[in-house]
Design a protein. Structure first.
Ligand SMILES: Cc1cc2nc3c(=O)[nH]c(=O)nc-3n(C[C@H](O)[C@H](O)[C@H](O)COP(=O)(O)O)c2cc1C
Length: 317
């Protein structure tokens, strides 16, 4: 891999929150940009507290974060972008990839890829009324992956700082696999540097994409990092020796657990967050489904505290 590889953390609502991001950055720190999961308007035109908390500058000190918004039209975009601007951020990411009907039925996320007039209004309004460095994260359309090629002239018309492409259609949700050949064809046709996202779980995954697109150097990683916090070190051939790996992994886990306990007074909420964390983190142990069991079956935070040390003891690689 060339030295110029650069990595960003994908936004995963409920998983890559500020606790995860800050602990990862402190313990591993090999990521250039951490995308904050989207903010959007929910019932009563309100943004969920958890989304706002994740955006607060005091929760993102000294970390290179990029806020993301999920909107359906220029008016919604404007109100969300104002919030991001008022917090002092200078970068903004637009979510045009969310595949879930809850978003797409309201014209948000991937649905915007099929609504070209709305799309252009959003872009026009954003670039003429705000000074953000704007990036765009998108999928390969709603149902027909070839429809994404029709967007190329529009995407080239605006000064996006980055285009991040996850080559799956919305109706695939997370099933099947990301279409790497489609990605390579898209890059060739658009002829701009693009960030690749989707199913990067091993160094070999990056190699295979580079075989199709030799100049690929920008990567956004999501579930791969949640499942293996050493993934980037493996890709860059910087994996420390086994004892240090164990220590770093334990330090990472313990700092996340400590921080959730500081953030939430409700023990049930801490347990829920730790279960979500472990649902991926267990993959970094020798027998993932067995390793996850003691966490999954913990019915209280006290039981979790008793159960998790045995996982490090019994399933550590
Ligand atoms: C639980 C979950 C939550 C996600 N939340 C977001 C989000 O808030 N914003 C976004 O752009 N993508 C979101 N995604 C998509 C990821 O950012 C990423 O595009 C996708 O997981 C593919 O990359 P990966 O295979 O490296 O994980 C989410 C995905 C999952 C599984």
């Amino acid at each position: 891999m060339p030295e110029s590889n650069s990595y960003s953390l994908a936004p995963l609502q409920g998983f890559t929150d500020f606790v995860f991001r800050s602990c990862y950055h402190r313990v591993f720190g090999d990521i250039q940009a951490y995308y904050i999961p989207y903010i959007s308007f929910g019932p009563g035109n309100k943004i969920r507290n958890s989304q706002l908390r994740d955006l607060l500058p005091e929760n993102n000190m000294d970390i290179p974060v990029i806020p993301q918004i999920l909107c359906s039209n220029a008016e919604e975009m404007h109100r969300l972008a104002e919030i991001v601007k008022n917090y002092g951020y200078t970068k903004l990411n637009l979510n045009m990839g969310c595949p879930y009907p809850m978003a797409t039925n309201r014209g948000r996320g991937s649905a915007l890829l099929e609504n070209r007039d709305e799309l252009k209004q959003i872009f026009d309004h954003l670039f003429s009324n705000f000074q953000f460095e704007v990036s765009l994260k998108f999928r390969a359309g709603m149902t027909d992956e070839n429809s994404i090629f029709e967007l190329i002239p529009i995407l080239k018309d605006y000064p996006f700082s980055k285009l991040i492409f996850h080559p799956r259609t919305a109706d695939q949700l997370y099933k099947g696999s990301a279409n790497r050949e489609l990605y390579a064809r898209f890059v060739q046709e658009i002829n701009l540097p693009i960030v690749y996202n989707g199913d990067l779980n091993t160094p070999a995954d990056l190699e295979q994409i580079r075989q199709l697109n030799p100049t690929q150097s920008e990567w956004m990683l999501g579930r791969g990092i949640l499942s293996d916090p050493f993934l980037i070190r493996k890709i860059d051939h910087r994996l420390p020796e086994i004892q240090q790996q164990r220590e770093l992994k334990r330090e990472f886990h313990d700092s996340i657990f400590e921080e959730y306990q500081r953030q939430f007074s409700d023990q049930g909420q801490v347990l829920m967050k730790m279960k979500a964390f472990w649902s991926y983190f267990a993959n970094s142990f020798s027998n993932p489904s067995k390793a996850f069991k003691p966490v999954k079956k913990a019915s209280s935070l006290a039981k979790f505290k008793t159960n998790y040390p045995e996982i490090f003891h019994n399933f550590e690689l």
